[in-house]
Design a protein around this ligand. Structure first.
Ligand code: NAP
Length: 326
């Protein structure tokens, strides 16, 4: 695990593969996962060399952050990169998205307490709100950086125009947004701007929630109450197209004695527009397996073969898998 990436213009560095922890303590997203499994997922990741842990207040309304904080106690904090996000305010009983300086400043203090740490390596505005000028919200984060509470500034789920506004003073280090081999349309306008402005990119849903691991078969039917029965990726004819593209990865995976998931993750790691890929996991074995993607070195030709297999997904306007909160 030799390669290291720098986050934007900050001093934060990470291995190019981290761990997404929305399933760790995220009882509001994945009700079937218990805390012990969540802790094991994080610890297994760190034991296998992962340094960057991606969490957020809204994953379990603080509980994911608490579990991440608990898990890291057994490790050297300074070797780890803790990324968290805030913007959700439930104090009125309803979900309100807020980026105003007063709220965000309090959010950072609350996250520090839950994580049991005195600094956060990357803090993201999780979603844009309707009212706060973006540069004002980022200005509040810059003050927190000057106080040593955060080390790098991120925005997530911002459109290109909103990113430009947020980066008016050049303070934004990193953007996190949905992007995968199956959802490349959003990145098309955003990624060149990020590269030109030395802003790192962290794609979420890199495995398209498991679809890109190669574990799904044709002729699959989901019961109506299964969320996958509503996700566009699992509906024909798109689903069949996706499985055909995934099949093109299999021989490349075999040539590296790797799994499809590891080979797909290796594609993100080799992609010069991508900084850190953060696959999530629901089992410790999945994290342990995914870390091995760092040992899969794709040739330029193999990178292109995978790129070509998914080329159609650059054109298709697929939108985001989940609706943004209002
Ligand atoms: P993902 O990385 O695309 O997919 C992860 C899922 O794929 C796992 O939960 C697991 O689900 C399956 N999987 C993972 N490794 C596997 C393996 N080796 N073999 C077979 N199946 C495997 O989706 P995600 O976890 O939802 O997203 C990644 C991270 O992005 C999140 O954890 C979160 O930190 C971040 N995120 C950020 C935002 C944002 O708004 N900024 C939004 C969403 C997510 P099953 O076992 O159920 O198949």
């Amino acid at each position: 695990m030799s390669k290291t990436v720098k986050i934007g213009k900050s001093e934060v560095t990470s291995t190019p593969l981290g761990l997404g922890t929305n399933a760790v303590g995220g009882y509001n997203l994945f009700p079937n996962l218990n805390d012990e499994d969540g802790l094991n997922i994080v610890k297994t990741g760190i034991e296998n060399g992962i340094t960057l842990l991606d969490t957020a207040y809204v994953y379990g309304l603080g509980h994911s952050e608490e579990l991440v904080g608990q898990a890291i106690k057994d490790f050297d904090r300074h070797q780890l990169v803790i990324a968290t996000k805030g913007a959700h305010d439930f104090s009125s009983g309803e979900q309100v998205i807020r980026n105003d300086p007063k709220f965000i400043t309090q959010q950072v203090d609350d996250s520090l307490k839950r994580l049991g740490t005195d600094y956060i390596d990357i803090y993201y505005l999780h979603f844009p709100d309707h009212d706060t000028p973006k540069a004002e919200a980022v200005g509040a984060l810059q003050r927190l950086r000057e106080q040593g509470k955060i080390r790098a500034i991120g925005v997530s789920n911002f459109s290109l125009d909103q990113i430009k506004e947020a980066n008016a003073d050049g303070y934004v280090d990193v953007v996190e947004d949905e992007f995968s081999l199956l959802h490349q349309d959003r990145g098309a306008d955003m990624l060149p701007y990020l590269k030109e402005n030395n802003i790192s990119f962290v794609p979420y849903f890199p495995l398209a929630s498991g679809l890109l691991t190669g574990k799904y078969q044709r002729d699959i039917a989901f019961p109506e109450d299964d969320i996958r029965s509503q996700i566009a990726d699992f509906q024909e004819p798109r689903y069949g197209k996706i499985l055909t593209a995934v099949d093109a990865v299999r021989p490349i995976a075999e040539a590296h004695d790797a799994t499809v998931a590891q080979t797909v993750l290796a594609w993100y790691i080799k992609n010069p527009l991508i900084s850190v890929v953060i696959p999530g996991a629901k089992k410790p074995e999945q994290v342990a397996a995914n870390v091995k993607a760092l040992n899969v070195e794709l040739s330029d030709e193999e990178f292109k073969q995978i790129d070509d297999a998914f080329a159609d997904f650059k054109q298709i306007k697929s939108g985001k898998s989940l609706k943004d909160p209002d």
